[in-house]
Ligand binder design. Structure first.
Ligand SMILES: C[S@@+](CC[C@H](N)C(=O)[O-])C[C@H]1O[C@@H](n2cnc3c(N)ncnc32)[C@H](O)[C@@H]1O
Length: 274
């Protein structure tokens, strides 16, 4: 869709094809709205912030200043998680979403896996306001709990046993943030900056997940371009993960890593040698 088409579908609350079939004539106030949207876009504001929403897994997610716009790549993560949970023989399943942002992952799971219950953590008050609103709008507020907290403190304190942990953590190397497109830079830095090599979050999150996952349960993480080898190393260091797999996004790039917590943990390297 062109940007004008997107703006018009937002103003008229209709689909793209409706724009052409129904031949709307804009009222004065709708024309003013369109002019304002074009002006905001000329100031490099993300299109989705201007429209006030985006689509994720076919669900409408409200977005705006203070929250990361869910990306199509992240649908690979959501889709895989939903498939795995549906394929499992869970009568009830518990999912932990770390750095939930708009809530897109937790809300997708709750929407598509009826017997699921999600805990969604984010340290950002602004992001969680959108996430709560999105859970309400998608009628899953009873099956998603939101926690405003640092994800690592949460992981250290929580005693829950989860069937899956999912996260799309910040993964852009700090030195690349300044060179990002202007509209991406309007999204919260807390959602983007993954430290010197972009892997700071994974180094803490992967080992901390072990304590919270049931035996055989899975961890699914999105990652950035070219980070797959380092991530595989992080998983292999623990000798605690099984079935480590990479999934590609729609452009054919490795984008998601998933692994299951070993049912029968191997002794660590040190122990095996002596
Ligand atoms: C890349 S965004 C992902 C948002 C959403 N899950 C998605 O896929 O669109 C990362 C999220 O992690 C949150 N975050 C960053 N550091 C955090 C921390 N230490 N504790 C909790 N949340 C954190 C940010 O506020 C942001 O919402």
């Amino acid at each position: 869709m062109s940007e004008d088409e997107l703006f018009l579908t937002a103003i008229l609350n209709c689909s793209r094809s409706d724009l052409y079939i129904r031949q709307f004539v804009l009222t004065d106030s709708q024309q003013q709205q369109l002019d304002l949207m074009r002006q905001r876009r000329s100031n490099q504001e993300p299109v989705q912030y201007i429209c006030g929403f985006t689509e994720f897994m076919g669900l409408r997610m409200a977005v705006g200043s203070g929250v990361l716009v869910p990306r199509p790549e992240t649908e690979v993560l959501a889709d895989q998680l939903v498939r795995e949970l549906k394929a499992g023989s869970h009568s009830e399943c518990r999912v932990l979403d770390l750095g939930t942002g708009s809530g897109c992952l937790a809300i997708s799971v709750a929407s598509f896996v009826r017997q699921s219950y999600a805990v969604a953590v984010d340290s950002s008050v602004e992001a969680l306001a959108f996430a709560r609103e999105n859970a309400r709008r998608n009628a899953v507020q009873d099956r998603v709990s939101f926690v405003q907290m640092d994800m690592f403190s949460f992981m250290e304190q929580d005693t829950g046993e989860y069937d899956a942990i999912v996260s799309n953590p910040p993964y852009i190397p700090s030195s690349l943030i300044d060179g990002l497109p202007a509209d991406v830079k309007m999204e919260p830095r807390l959602a983007l900056d993954g430290g010197a090599d972009g892997l700071d979050y994974y180094r803490r999150l992967v080992p901390l997940s072990l304590r919270l996952l049931k035996s055989g349960a899975m961890l699914l993480l999105e990652f950035g371009d070219g980070q797959e080898k380092s991530l595989q190393n992080i998983f292999e260091q623990d000798h605690a993960w099984d079935k480590i797999r990479l999934l590609e996004d729609n452009t054919g790039r490795p984008r998601v890593i998933m692994a299951c917590k070993n049912k029968f943990p191997l002794p660590t390297k040190d122990k095996r040698h002596g």
